[in-house]
Design a protein around this ligand. Structure first.
Ligand code: ADP
Ligand code: MG
Length: 463
């Protein structure tokens, strides 16, 4: 029918615009590399902030004592405590709890947000059980994982550059987040000192290194996306401080803000961007991370419904609601292996109010999920290649057959199997079999919280 032909026209055009042939991915990786160098050279005006973390030493295994961590940066925040027992005991005991952030607090005032967090922390501290000991005469210490772009001023202070991932609290921008947290903790009677302010990528890198000494970079693919890696200080022209003993510095790339003319751009990406809370920012993130993938699919389906009556004579009203189609639902549809695509059918009904879909229609929905996930996974692989090039791990070093491990975290990578497998196979495709064998991606399940406690331990006021 004419309607179907029109729908296919929209579909085919989208598919074509999303193509990521290997040559294009190499251009993306090279552009990433160039932007990394630009961000390391100077402080201002670069899309990649390449933030200096003040972490010049990663965990060794010697860390001892009771430490807390607070992980804020997604839809949930986590509070964690660990009792560390050094090289012998390692993690002696660990407890955590997760609290979801009421949506109105994500767009309210900074005081409300930090008070809410401090209160949850107070409740958690009150449940400290046997096996956890603060050393006599000490205060409790906390590693704060705050996964938004921050300009650090020391290991335990830094001001918020801007919000991402749906947070938008104007009065917090430019403020020291540790000072705000500390004020709220005092108000709520939490006796704790913030020993390290990090980001989830830095936390994941630290936790990853604790588990495996070959870890040199960390990537997050969750609601948002970001990466961090270990750089030589001599390669950071903008660093004006003293040369650390390690001669290394962990860099928080804030790669979500990467953009390049080599990134595939469709009208749906453009529309998603201009309707977002952070127009023109986080362009890479808007193509690859969990917050957005489902919404790109929704936008294509909406256009097909509006212009080709893809779901019948009326446009299903729910299809116009931003973010109704979440990435976990997209992933469930994409992984549907039943012959009649039963899961696709029920999700379309349940989430979008579209009933009685034909198999042919359902297949197109799966194909759309595949296009969007594949593009995201392949672009993520290109970003990783950029980092490997930067640290000279994109070729085999014959002299020292070293492994390169990337600590990976985030619900998108963890749960979206097609996405994860595509990312891995694209790394192989980009590097070739021989090099790819030396590159390992390790899922560091919630390593960032542990990493933050480890960094609080190694930056304790008592050592
Ligand atoms: P955050 O990034 O908020 O810290 P996570 O790392 O747990 O939290 O990632 C959560 C994100 O992962 C969700 O926003 C969603 O986009 C994605 N996600 C979670 N489960 C799935 C799934 N089953 N399939 C695809 N994506 C998922
Ligand atoms: Mg997270």
């Amino acid at each position: 029918s004419a309607r179907w032909a029109k729908a296919m026209e929209i579909f085919n055009e989208f598919e074509k615009k999303c193509e990521t042939p290997i040559e294009r991915l190499n251009l993306v990786a090279d552009a990433m590399l160039d932007e990394m160098n630009a961000g390391l050279a100077s402080e201002n005006g670069n899309q990649l902030k390449m933030l200096i973390s003040y972490v010049d030493n990663l965990p060794t295994g010697d860390e001892h004592g009771l430490f807390y961590a607070l992980d804020l940066g997604g839809t949930n925040f986590r509070v964690l405590r660990v009792q560390l027992g050094g090289k012998e005991g390692r993690v002696l005991k660990q407890e955590s709890t997760e609290v979801s952030i009421p949506p109105q607090l994500m767009i309210g005032t900074s005081e409300e947000l930090f008070d809410f967090i401090a209160e949850a922390l107070a409740k958690f501290v009150a449940t400290e059980s046997e096996g956890f000991h603060v050393s006599p005469g000490r205060h409790r210490e906390l590693g704060f994982t705050f996964s938004f772009p921050v300009k650090q001023t020391s290991i335990a202070s830094g001001s918020l550059i801007r919000w991402t991932k749906g947070f938008s609290i104007d009065d917090a921008v430019g403020q020291d987040v540790v000072a705000q947290l500390t004020k709220s903790m005092e108000k709520k009677g939490v006796d704790m000192r913030v020993g390290a302010l990090v980001n989830d990528t830095i936390g994941t890198l630290a936790g990853g290194r604790y588990a495996n000494k070959d870890v040199v970079a960390a990537v997050i693919l969750g609601t948002g996306t970001n990466a961090a890696y270990v750089e030589r200080v001599s390669a950071i022209p903008k660093w004006k401080g003293p040369l650390p003993k390690s001669e290394e510095m962990v860099i928080n790339m804030e790669w979500g803000n990467f953009r390049s003319s080599h990134l595939p751009l469709t009208e749906y990406d453009h529309q998603l961007d201009i309707e977002s809370l952070n127009v023109g920012e986080q362009i890479f993130e808007k193509k690859i991370s969990g917050m957005y993938l489902g919404d790109i699919v929704r936008r294509v389906l909406l256009k097909m419904a509006e212009e080709a009556a893809f779901f019948g004579d009326t446009v299903p009203p729910k299809l116009s609601v931003p973010f109704v189609l979440r990435t976990p639902v997209m992933s469930a549809m994409h992984h549907d292996t039943s012959p009649d695509l039963k899961i696709v059918g029920s999700k379309l009904k349940e989430i979008l109010g579209i009933s009685n879909t034909t198999l042919r229609t359902r297949k197109i929905v799966v194909d759309l999920c595949n296009i969007v996930a594949t593009r995201g996974a392949r672009l993520s692989a290109a970003g990783i290649l950029g980092i490997l090039k930067k640290i000279g791990r994109d070729t085999v070093n014959e002299a020292q057959k070293q492994n390169t491990v990337i600590a990976m975290d985030g619900g998108l990578y963890e749960h979206y199997t097609e996405f994860r497998e595509c990312l891995k196979s694209t790394i192989k495709e980009l590097l070739g079999e021989e090099v790819a064998e030396t590159i390992l991606i390790e899922l560091a399940n919630d390593g960032s919280g542990l990493g933050a406690t480890l960094l609080a331990a190694s930056h304790s006021q008592y050592i």
